[in-house]
Each structure stands twice: as structure tokens, then as C-alpha cells.
Design a protein around this ligand. Structure first.
Ligand SMILES: Cc1cc2nc3c(=O)[nH]c(=O)nc-3n(C[C@H](O)[C@H](O)[C@H](O)COP(=O)(O)O)c2cc1C
Length: 303
């Protein structure tokens, strides 16, 4: 018999258009298998499902070939032919009723690209930050690169939906992930509309969330993992700035107020219970829900 104070952990929770059966939320976490051992990685997530988790995530999934975090082995979603392997993983996650989540990562200043030899792209032209101090330099994204990057995130989100995932997590934590690289003054030294003030440094995150919401938000929950503090004081992203960032996007992650599960109303997370304001997180009015099958019409090329 468990202590009643833990009962809430076993209650359902609305996340975007989905309802998690409980609050046991397995955050994204690598296991070393990645694209190299897809069957083993899928089986491992299946065991989490058997164990009763409400939400199960992949590890970081490299979403475009222009950014990879070699020598580490992660998942990849570079093109349509990566979908079946990930479908196997989402199927395994769902066997016992968990929601399936995928974390989309663009490694930017953390991606040395040893495998593809592509020139890494990052908010500013700085040395790549790897664990092995490799002498690789990133090129700063220009406006046209940023438009491309936004489109690549949309393509990856559509492919994630075809691969059967209910939730997308945009990676911007632990020093990894382009969202943190834009948000942090340590890696964003731009002087255009994507640099300087917090509002400017947040612009890329807001744009990508809005793009993805327009593309798949009717069927897929959108989340973002952000570091709470870079612990380098004024040189980086402080806890005060994180709080401001969250406040600026107070109706994140969903503009919904509550969801109804069979026989009950399921609360949405606290932030989304605030009065819904029109923002990047809300789908633009006038967009009709898209036919999920339209995503499978994505170009088979790497886009
Ligand atoms: C080997 C390893 C791989 C990880 N991979 C990821 C990842 O791909 N994405 C992510 O958001 N966090 C990743 N993390 C961070 C974990 O999700 C988690 O936050 C961390 O292990 C701390 O656990 P805690 O949050 O329960 O304190 C990783 C951590 C470790 C140790």
C-alpha cells in the first residue's frame, strides 16, 4: 500500500494533444546504441514501456546530416529511410500504453562532423566545443542558413510523426542543442535580430516552435529541454534569464486548458492553464488540421 502523497504520480496528465497515463516521464537519455544498434535500442525502450512509464523518450536524435556529434553514436533522422528504424522504437514504447517521444537535436557548436566532414553551422563562428578538444571551427549561420535550419526542423518533425512519435522534444540543454547555443551569450555573439537581447536570442526557438506547431501541432506535442543555468554567471545563460524566457512564453507548451480522458477531465501542465495568449506556441488561426498522411509525401531526398 503506497503513501497517498504519491497518488498524483499515477494520475494522467495532458501534454498537448495527448494524455500521459501517469507522470513517470523518462527524459531523453542516450544508451550508446543509436543508429548502429536500432533493434537493441528499441528493445531497451520497450522494457521501459513494460515497466509502466507514462512517457518514454529516445535519446538525442540528429535531425540533419549537417550536424552530427561524432564520435558519439546517437539516433539519426536525416531522411525518409531512417523512419522504419525509429518506427520500430516508437512501436516498442507504446506496447504498454506509454506515449512515445523523440528528441530532435541539431548539435551546432557541439557537432564536429567527423563523419560527414560538413562545415559545422552555429549561431557564431567559434571553435567547436567537444569533449576531445578537436580543432574544428563552426561557420556562423547567415539568414538563409537560418531559414534552411527552420525548414529542416519542420521536415524532421513531419518525419517524427510518420515514425509514430506523440511528443517532440527540442534539445537546448546541457550545452548541447542549437536552442541553447542561440539563447546563451557564451555561444551567441550575433549583432543581428538573433543576438543581443534575450528577446532576440529567443527568436530562433520561437520561430521553430511556431513552424513545427503549424506543421504537426494538431497531432504532436511540442516540448523543449532547456538548461536551468549555465553556471558561468554573466558569461552565459543565468537562471534569472531562464525564468524570464519561460515567462515570455508563459502559455508554453500548449494553448489548451484541459483535456478530457474517458470519464474525467485531465489537467494540463500549470503553465498552460494561464490565460491563453496569442504567441509563437499557438497555432496560427485559419490553419486546418493536416492530414497525417501528407507528411509521408516528404521528399525522399535529404532536405
Ligand atoms: C550518458 C548520458 C546520456 C545522456 N543523453 C541525453 C540526451 O540524449 N538528451 C538529453 O536531453 N539528456 C541526456 N542526458 C541527461 C539525462 O537525461 C539526465 O538529465 C541526467 O542523467 C541527470 O539525471 P536526472 O535528470 O534524473 O538528475 C544524458 C545523460 C547521460 C549520463
Amino acid at each position: 500500500m503506497r503513501d497517498a502523497k504519491y497518488d498524483i504520480l499515477f494520475e494522467p496528465l495532458a501534454i498537448g494533444p495527448h494524455v500521459a497515463k501517469n507522470r513517470f516521464y523518462q527524459v531523453p537519455h542516450c544508451n550508446g546504441g543509436g543508429y548502429r544498434d536500432p533493434s537493441a535500442a528499441a528493445a531497451m525502450r520497450g522494457i521501459k514501456s513494460e515497466g509502466g512509464w507514462g512517457v518514454i523518450f529516445t535519446e538525442q536524435t540528429e535531425m540533419h546530416h549537417t550536424s552530427e556529434i561524432t564520435p558519439f553514436i546517437e539516433l539519426r533522422l536525416w531522411e525518409d529511410k531512417d523512419i522504419p528504424g525509429l518506427r520500430r522504437m516508437s512501436d516498442a514504447m507504446k506496447v504498454h500504453g506509454a506515449l512515445a517521444g523523440i528528441q530532435l537535436a541539431y548539435s551546432g557548436i557541439n557537432g564536429p562532423n567527423f563523419y560527414t566532414k560538413e562545415v559545422p553551422l552555429a549561431p557564431s563562428a567559434l571553435p567547436i566545443r567537444t569533449f576531445t578538444n578537436d580543432p574544428v571551427q563552426a561557420r556562423a549561420l547567415d539568414r538563409s542558413d537560418i531559414r534552411d535550419l527552420r525548414r529542416w526542423f519542420v521536415n524532421a518533425a513531419k518525419r517524427s510523426r510518420v515514425a509514430g512519435f506523440d511528443l517532440i522534444c527540442l534539445y537546448g540543454a546541457h550545452g548541447f542543442g542549437i536552442f541553447q547555443h542561440f539563447l546563451s551569450r557564451a555561444t551567441n555573439q550575433r549583432t543581428d535580430e538573433y543576438g543581443g537581447s534575450l528577446e532576440n536570442r529567443s527568436r530562433f526557438a520561437r520561430e521553430v516552435v511556431a513552424d513545427i506547431r503549424d506543421a504537426v501541432g494538431d497531432t504532436t506535442a511540442i516540448t523543449m529541454r532547456v538548461s536551468l543555468d549555465e553556471t558561468i554567471g554573466e558569461l552565459g545563460f543565468s537562471n534569472a534569464e531562464v525564468r524570464e524566457f519561460v515567462e515570455m512564453n508563459a502559455d508554453c507548451p500548449t494553448s489548451g486548458t484541459s483535456r478530457t480522458a474517458p470519464g474525467r477531465t485531465v489537467p494540463a501542465p500549470r503553465a498552460s492553464r494561464k490565460k491563453a495568449r496569442r504567441s509563437c506556441w499557438s497555432r496560427a488561426s485559419g490553419n486546418s488540421p493536416r492530414n497525417p498522411s501528407s507528411a509521408s509525401a516528404a521528399s525522399p531526398r535529404r532536405t
